[in-house]
Design a protein around this ligand. Structure first.
Ligand code: FAD
Length: 637
């Protein structure tokens, strides 16, 4: 397998323009003859579908939910970055590029990240034109706020509902194309396999989640925008339906998987409160703009927060990182919270929480101003915890949130399977070992609105293949494999529920491949997951039949993939003998307990190639070259 990143030559700031000029175009008449499948209708998939249809392609869009509006993207709260420099506070495309490269601990491609920073400004214009109601200043200008890992304010937002508003914008554009007959929308469908003919992606097998029927769909190219895999950990801030199955099916068919161990743990989530909890809730990073994070100085101090005087509080982020304070990046803030709790200074019943306190901000700006900025987040917190954050500090703890790893893609967003493009959280692209807040929405929309429309055209213009037909033997083989697996799952009739297996997998991953890792634990986890996977295929209980709506069956397929993927994640973490960003291996740390990179040996993307059931995946490296920024020890002090 060749990993050719296809990064264009030339100066960094001119690469994308030059490349766009060099990409081949498809003439308007030919576009109408090309069929494109888009799997996923979140921000990445909906924006891609709408734009490709607007260009004239025939698009078929698939999603699990009953409407694209229910994609996980709707949950995004805090905002979307762009280098508009409306605040005149020193922002620029270069600064957004630099912050993002540094935030990712120098484990992403310079050219991709620079392009992302360039496109960020187009995204805001596009969304404003669609009517996305971004927050505005009194004078009518678009407002900005600060997010972690940056010293400028560049985050555009719509209260704590930015994802929802952006998705409504993309959905509006998508609906227009559906009405125009250019997009056929297939809701309640789950892609279960990728069909590859003569080495090229030519279609998918999808299960109709209502009727149970297996469907074959052929096309000239397939675009995967199926989201991230945080739910491998069972408890996460992701929507319950988020899964890895479409990406993993593609991996099994030859798409290489990059950096699977890069998982972002978000510092400000509502802590776990019970064994049978199924989901965790994020409290947006935007709250760290005004909120101060602290714990009691003494582990013995069990007084309620309002009785602990200022002098006996440890504002540990402000003290340790005076330059960035509460706005250090997520990996740093998460580990710092863990360190405080490990020292016994955690608060609440479980002692696995720290305070996020907005009292000073409420006193300074007034309750109304704070309510306007964060009102819905405060309401959500109160509904879940029965505590009023206007009166008492929130209690928060880190939780699994986002996955930087994903299917490997080149500069054109094409995977190692020709004709399979991967967008949004499903690809590994631009965030390196740690994503900065408000950068996922930016990347998903950059991919969907502004990159794929060019790069897919180049692929189609250069491809010469016959029109794929659903009666091709490759479709029958794929469909048969999917059917066999469904029958197998239904026939086991064991004693443990799917959720029970999932919960145990999540626990193994969280304890051994979570906020911190070390070789001994990772080796233990590898064995535990392999045993659990073997037990799953002997002892899982999946009720019902495959003939209709069966959520137990749906989940079983997804958990089977998570189990296999869990082993890959641990393998990847074991291979990377350094610490970088979210991948904090305790054996590699500075004297000040910060991540210690090994640029000489690990300045690369790790990409894994599937080699069949029971065989170890093959490891490949894509070296990362830095010509424009100097690799430094990341410091936020
Ligand atoms: C609580 C929360 C808050 C966040 N807030 C922010 C924020 O403020 N700013 C920011 O930049 N980022 C934020 N993020 C991250 C961001 O929301 C996501 O990274 C982004 O929305 C992912 O978009 P996507 O289009 O790639 O995937 P998704 O929105 O997850 O969409 C995936 C789509 O794929 C479909 N799908 C999945 N599997 C299949 C299958 N097998 N077959 C068919 N369809 C399938 C789904 O139905 C869905 O339509 C937040 C994340 C969380 C969890």
């Amino acid at each position: 397998m060749q990993l050719d990143s296809k990064i264009p030559d030339g100066p960094l700031s001119e690469k994308w323009d030059k490349h766009r000029f060099e990409l081949k175009l498809v003439n308007p008449a030919n576009k109408t003859k090309s069929k494109i499948i888009v799997v996923g209708a979140g921000l990445a998939g909906a924006s891609a579908s709408a734009t490709l249809a607007e260009l004239g392609y025939e698009v078929m869009t698939f999603c699990i939910q009953d409407s694209p509006r229910r994609a996980h993207s709707i949950a995004a709260q805090g905002g979307i970055n762009a280098a508009k420099n409306y605040q005149n506070d020193g922002d620029s495309i270069w600064r957004l590029f630099y912050d993002t490269i540094k935030g990712g601990d120098f484990r992403s491609r310079e050219a991709n990240v620079y392009r992302l920073a360039q496109i960020s400004n187009n995204i805001i214009d596009q969304c404003v034109a669609q009517g996305v109601p971004f927050a505005r200043e009194y004078g009518g200008q678009l407002a900005n706020r600060s997010f972690g890992g940056a010293q400028v304010s560049r985050t555009f937002y719509a209260r704590g509902q930015t994802g929802q508003q952006l998705l409504l914008g993309a959905y509006g554009s998508l609906s227009r194309q559906i009405a125009a007959g250019k997009v056929r929308l297939f809701t309640r469908r789950e892609m279960l396999d990728l069909v590859v003919i003569d080495g090229k992606a030519r279609g998918i097998i999808a299960r109709n989640l209502v009727s149970g029927e297996l469907e074959k769909h052929a096309a000239d190219a397939v675009v995967l925008a199926s989201g991230g895999y945080g739910n491998a950990f069972y408890l996460s801030t992701n929507a319950m339906g988020s899964n890895i199955s479409a990406a993993f099916a593609s991996y099994r068919k030859g798409a290489s998987f990059a950096n699977p161990c890069f998982v972002q743990i978000h510092p400000t989530c509502i802590p776990v409160h019970g064994t049978y909890q199924s989901k965790l809730t994020l409290m947006s990073e935007s709250l760290r703009n005004d909120g101060r994070v602290w714990v009691p100085r003494s582990p013995e101090d069990r007084r309620p927060p309002d009785q602990i005087p200022e002098t006996e509080r440890d504002y540990y982020l402000e003290e340790k990182y005076p330059r960035f304070g509460n706005l250090v990046p997520r990996d740093v803030a998460s580990r710092s919270a863990k360190v405080q709790c490990d020292m016994g200074k955690g608060v609440g019943d479980t002692r696995l929480a720290v305070y996020l306190d907005l009292k000073d901000a409420i006193e300074k700006d007034g309750r109304d101003v704070i309510a306007r900025k964060y009102g819905n987040l405060f309401e959500m917190y109160e509904k879940i915890t029965a505590q009023d954050p206007y009166e008492t500090p929130m209690m928060i703890y880190p939780a699994v949130h986002y996955t930087m790893g994903g299917l490997w893609v080149d500069y054109n967003l094409m995977s190692t399977i020709p004709g399979l493009f991967v967008l949004g959280e499903a690809n590994f692209s631009d965030h390196g070992a740690n994503r900065l807040g408000a950068s996922a929405l930016m990347q998903g929309l950059a991919d969907g609105y502004f990159i794929i429309p060019y790069s897919i055209g180049d692929y189609l213009a250069k491809s010469s293949h016959d029109t794929a037909r659903e009666d091709h033997s490759a479709f029958n083989e794929s469909s048969l494999q999917v059917e066999t697996r469904i029958k197998k799952l239904l026939s086991i009739g064991g004693k443990r529920t799917v959720d029970d297996f999932h919960r145990e997998l999540g626990h193994i991953l969280w304890e051994n491949c979570g906020m911190t890792r070390k070789e001994k634990d990772l080796k233990k986890a590898k064995k535990l997951i392999a045993d659990l996977r073997a037990e799953f295929w002997e002892n899982v209980l999946v009720g019902g039949t495959g003939k209709g709506f069966n959520q137990s069956l749906e989940k079983a397929g997804r958990v089977a993939d998570f189990l296999q993927f869990g082993e890959l994640m641990v393998m990847d973490a074991l291979e990377r003998k350094e610490s970088c960003g979210c991948h904090f291996n305790e054996d590699f740390q500075t004297d000040e307990h910060e991540a210690l990179r090994d640029d000489e040996n690990f300045c690369h993307v790790s990409a894994w190639e599937y080699r069949g059931e029971g065989s170890k995946p093959k490891f490949h490296k894509e070296p990362l070259e830095f010509e424009n920024v100097e690799l430094t020890q990341r410091s936020y002090k």
